[in-house]
Design a protein around this ligand. Structure first.
Ligand code: T4K
Length: 396
């Protein structure tokens, strides 16, 4: 058990010699990856619908039980390509409590994100707040499965149906997660995944669009490759959204290790639950037991009954070389260009939650002993908040 006087804010020496980051990549079997890269070099086929990309798309589609998987160069481009392919124009209703890419992907192509508040329990878009934001410019709703926990898909579907809107999902966090027993990737007109290095399944950089709609899939494939449907023949506007072969090779390698990554994340999540148990004002976001989850985010909520604020706890951890992240502070609506615009509705829960959440390190680079030390640090710091506060300065 760490004593108060042993904290780095008192003795000046961090508990961890090397930094413990949120977002450390998981990496599958290196020999397998290198063999795949040798094959890519031998074939001299580096990108544009190569065999590694095709294999990754097929394996992911099979894993998710979805008709189409279109691999792209990152999750943001997945959202942009999907938005075009699904005909999102005018205004689209999105949560503000998400990574800014959700909003930027729309704004970048002239579609205005209209921010909706969240359910404080699930951290996902609150369907009961959506209808008040619908105008004659609204073309769709883009839900985000925050932390991989499925949105209230059914409520959003019925709103979309009632108002003739397109429903799509940002599933950047949700690979290998289910909702109502069905794999995320199958809902709405299309769903978009991120395979960025910080995601539990990564392709260095990468992403994918999944859909059961043949026409949406065909439009995504065209848009990903400049609108070419055959050499010299362009049928629609497109961009360069292609995934390259090395990224796909990383994806195939990591797919082999997917269940190991999930097991480690689940073990780590449990270790945090044990280590943080009983600390007043600190609550670990849980994953639903009835669903499949990837457990990739360890998110704590620190409320006003805790002796220290979220930012003070982050500073205590930083002094110990634990780089926790404030995902998603301060919310998209408080970032430019959105903050300079009039608010369309209150975002009370978003604003409250974004000052309370802290993401803690997990993944294959973090072990149960590390987690035990991290939890002990939080517990020790919370045992005498005034003493801790007097020893540190908190960055804004
Ligand atoms: N929608 C949602 C809901 C998303 O969360 C995201 C991305 C997207 C859409 C867009 O998908 P992508 O276009 O990114 O595929 C990170 C990630 O960059 C971003 O992918 C992710 N969500 C977001 C939640 O987190 P930052 O600004 O915190 O990333 P960065 O580069 O500062 O990395 C975070 C930490 O990870 C670092 O402190 C160190 C560690 N790290 C990072 C990288 C890249 C490593 O240890 N090794 C690495 O290679 O946004």
């Amino acid at each position: 058990m760490t004593k108060l006087s042993e904290l780095a804010v008192f003795r000046g020496r961090p508990a961890f010699a090397d930094p413990l980051h949120v977002g450390r990549p998981n990496i599958g079997d290196r020999a397998d990856l290198f063999a795949r890269i040798e094959g890519i070099l031998d074939r001299r086929w580096l990108t544009n619908d190569g065999c590694q990309v095709r294999e990754l798309e097929a394996r992911l589609a099979e894993f998710l039980g979805v008709r189409h998987c279109i691999a792209v160069c990152n999750g943001t481009v997945a959202l942009q390509v999907m938005a075009k392919a699904c005909g999102l124009v005018g205004e689209v209703i999105v949560p503000s409590f998400t990574f800014v890419a959700t909003a930027h992907s729309l704004e970048w192509q002239g579609v205005t994100p209209v921010f909706c508040d969240i359910d404080p329990l699930t951290h996902n878009i609150d369907p009961s707040k959506v209808e008040a934001l619908i105008t004659d410019k609204t073309s769709g709703i883009l839900g985000v499965h925050v932390w991989g926990r499925g949105c209230d898909v059914e409520a959003l579907e019925s709103i979309a149906e009632r108002h003739g809107l397109t429903l799509a999902f940002d599933a950047a966090h949700a690979l290998a997660c289910s909702h109502g027993g069905r794999m995320i990737g199958n809902f709405g007109a299309a769903e978009c995944f991120s395979f960025h290095g910080t995601k539990f399944f990564n392709t260095f950089e990468g992403g994918a669009i999944t859909t059961n709609d043949d026409e949406v899939a065909a439009r995504c494939r065209l848009a990903r490759n400049f609108g070419f449907d055959s050499p010299d023949h362009v049928v629609s506007v497109g961009i360069n959204g292609k995934m390259n072969e090395v990224c796909a090779a990383m994806g195939l390698t990591n797919l082999e290790a997917l269940s190991d990554f999930i097991d480690v994340n689940e073990r780590n999540h449990r270790a945090y639950a044990v280590g943080l148990d009983g600390i007043a004002g600190v609550r670990l976001a849980e994953y639903p037991e009835s669903e499949r989850s990837n457990y990739q985010y360890v998110v704590i909520e620190i409320d006003e009954t805790a002796g220290l604020t979220r930012d003070e706890i982050q500073a205590v951890l930083l002094a110990e070389n634990v780089l926790a992240r404030r995902y998603f502070y301060p919310g998209c609506h408080a970032m430019e260009p959105y903050r300079s615009r009039p608010m369309r509705g209150p975002l009370t829960e978003t604003e409250r939650l974004s000052t309370r959440v802290l993401s803690l390190p997990t993944g294959t680079s973090v072990g149960p002993e590390d987690i035990s030390v991290i939890c002990d640090i939080v517990r020790a710091a919370m045992s005498d908040p005034p003493a801790v506060r007097s020893r540190m300065s908190v960055p804004s």
